[in-house]
Design a protein around this ligand. Structure first.
Ligand SMILES: Cc1ncc(COP(=O)(O)O)c(C=O)c1O
Length: 352
């Protein structure tokens, strides 16, 4: 603690990102990145954007990119907001739409950045326990709230809610903004984007970090009716008017335009996930049903932290959370078939 810090800084508990190793050649299955490269068309667009024009500021509103995304989803441009990774978009959402007199609700096991933003923006919150099987029970959200945020599929469990259930939630809470964080939606869940025109309280958040292999570019988006986007614009223009640089705008746009490559990569990840789940089950793991690009698994006879450490010694990194209820689970990102095979091989001596 420093005498120079603002009081709010003294009270923060910052988010701890998964390890990004600097030197070693590791099989990296710890931060849910895509094992396949970005679309070659996105790479070409970014290379073309590295030009004289970089001396000029980028379009502050990313108009062209928002246009492409809105066409992709059948929305209008004023229903799309973009930011520097969905983490930044979420930060603006917490600041601009989730702070009310009544508490924000989210699951007890969920994206661990949510409580961090609550700390930063002083948002009061209640964590609603997931059911015994780690599913979201909508009935438990029938309590006083100012807003609700849920990842769908949930992280780190991978379990998805159906669109009908999301719609029930929207109908049950017409006076609250309901944020559906769809970071992993393209790997097997249904997007709530199709509900936007009917629900003024719905806000959908997505990212290009997972299904579009652009975690390094930092582009995220929010979609909802124009009055919600306006709140986010107001926060953004009070924070950083140029969140997306020229390279990011060009790359993100080309990634959205290359539908064929996107579908091919998602399908490969899904196929590998299904074979990894079977292989883990054969090794005795219990694996939660996953609609994401990771699986959440526990072994009834092996301590998860010990397994994670044993894997690391063999050059395979997975994510282990020390949090109550899930401290016996490993979250394993879906790699290539070869990377998942390396994981299974490294598990063998640890399970003997
Ligand atoms: C549920 C969820 N939401 C949002 C994010 C943030 O993604 P990004 O900031 O890379 O867009 C993540 C990243 O892991 C996540 O798991």
């Amino acid at each position: 603690m420093s005498q120079y810090w603002s009081p709010i800084v003294q009270s923060l508990t910052p988010y701890v990102p998964g390890e990004q190793p600097k030197h070693q050649r590791l099989v990296k299955l710890n931060t849910n990145e895509n094992p396949y490269p970005p679309s070659p068309k996105a790479i070409a667009a970014m290379q073309a954007a590295c030009a004289d024009s970089l001396r000029l500021y980028p379009d502050p509103n990313s108009d062209q990119l928002r246009q492409v995304i809105s066409q992709y989803y059948g929305l209008s441009s004023d229903q799309v907001f973009v930011g520097n990774g969905s983490d930044e978009v979420l930060a603006h959402i917490f600041c601009g739409l989730l702070k009310h007199d009544k508490p924000l609700l989210f699951p007890d096991i969920s994206y661990s950045f949510y409580p961090v933003y609550c700390g930063l923006y002083e948002v009061e919150y209640v964590q609603v326990p997931l059911a015994e099987d780690f599913s979201v029970r909508l009935a438990d959200y029938q309590q006083d709230n100012g807003a609700i945020i849920l990842p769908n599929p949930n992280a780190p469990t991978g379990i998805a809610l159906g669109l009908t259930e999301i719609e029930v939630l929207l109908q049950q809470h017409p006076h609250s903004v309901v944020v559906i964080d769809e970071a992993y939606v393209d790997f097997g869940a249904q997007s709530a984007v199709t509900l936007i025109d009917r629900y003024p309280n719905l806000l959908v958040v997505q990212t290009l970090s997972k299904s579009r292999s652009l975690a390094g570019l930092r582009v995220g988006l929010a979609m909802g009716q124009a009055h919600l986007m306006e709140a986010l614009e107001r926060v953004k223009n009070s924070f950083n008017s140029y969140p997306l640089d020229r390279v990011a705008q060009a790359g993100a746009q080309a990634a959205f335009e290359d539908q064929e490559y996107f579908v091919e990569c998602c399908n490969k990840v899904i196929a590998t996930r299904e074979s990894l789940i079977k292989a883990l089950q054969q090794c005795g793991f219990e694996v939660l049903p996953s609609a994401a690009n990771f699986v959440f698994a526990r072994h009834p006879q092996r301590d998860a932290a010990t397994l994670a450490a044993g894997l690391r010694e063999q050059g395979v990194i997975v994510r282990h959370f020390k949090q109550k209820r899930i401290d016996q689970f490993l979250r394993i990102s879906i790699g290539t078939d070869a990377e998942c095979q390396a994981l299974l091989t490294a598990l063998q001596p640890l399970l003997k």
